[in-house]
Design a protein around this ligand. Sequence first.
Ligand code: C2E
Ligand code: CA
Ligand code: CA
Length: 309
Amino acid sequence: MSVRDVGSICRFGGDEFVSVVLYADAAMYQAKNFGKRRWVQYTAGMEEDMLRKSIISQHLYHAKDKNELSVYYQPIWDFTDNPEGCIVSFEALLRWHNSTLGWVSPEEAVRVAEEIGIINDIGYWVARQALTDLVVLRQQVEPLATMAVNISAIQLHEPKLVILLLRLLNEKNLKPSYLVIELTESALIDGIDKGNNTVRDLCDLGINISIDDFGTGCSSLAYLHYIPANTIKIDQSFVAHIEHNGKTVQHIRQLIESYNMRALIEGVETDDQQNALLELGIHLQQGYLLGRPKPLGFYLAGMAANKKS
Ligand code: C2E
Ligand code: CA
Ligand code: CA
């Protein structure tokens, strides 16, 4: 394509040639991210995104070795048999603090890690840390707790995922049923569509599967009957306006239970929301009201304080 062609496609009147090349580059990288044989038209801000991504990537490559990564744990409560509730699980959530970038959100870190091809490495590190800490949590905080680890769609295509997780569980002397793998609807469907058996293999080993952010994807409900999940996490967006969403949430719960799975809701922030959800029959709950994500030390300090009093 000639410079004149580029000029006629771009609508940035008066731009320097260098800028046009930079914009074209940004659009090209975006297109490459979407896969082969794509084209993408430049939109404002694309080059800044590219620059940030490039800076994040440079730091993320070394984050693990520089001990910048950590895992926080958010409790998941069950109110089925006890109005006081009890913690049945912890969700492991990645945290990354870098001296130049400050705290980087896990969403951004995971997205970049996927793009630069190091998500398997980071994901494995999170799983290892989470299971190491589960041993301590079970011994000192909640003897029956399980650990939920988020796995991205790309990790499902790692041929060694199942064997690596199994090895980790063996190493820590933990039963497969103590591990919950959280997958989004889209990751699961992408896996199923590509004939990937990983989820089925994990399930056959006794590892629990939980479907994350349920109700947000544009996926079809038609797959519900053959997904081997134990729990479905209804997305937190339903909680924010539970006064309007009550009927929908109740129907979603009934649908989930009709497939012998359990409904869990995340994003519970107020007493009113919690009570409304309990009335709708949702007994598995997670959210800031019930506990924010915290490092392991937080739970151990709580135990120490309880022992002293
Ligand atoms: P997610 O898996 O849906 O995790 C729930 C997110 O909601 C967490 O954000 C959690 O801190 C937040 N949250 C929990 N309760 C509440 C609440 O009551 N109100 C509100 N507003 N938010 C609440 P976080 O830790 O920032 O993680 C964001 C996302 O990053 C996660 O969403 C997950 O998709 C991804 N992520 C985090 N850690 C990992 C990881 O180790 N691997 C992968 N693949 N993804 C991860
Ligand atoms: Ca999750
Ligand atoms: Ca979620």
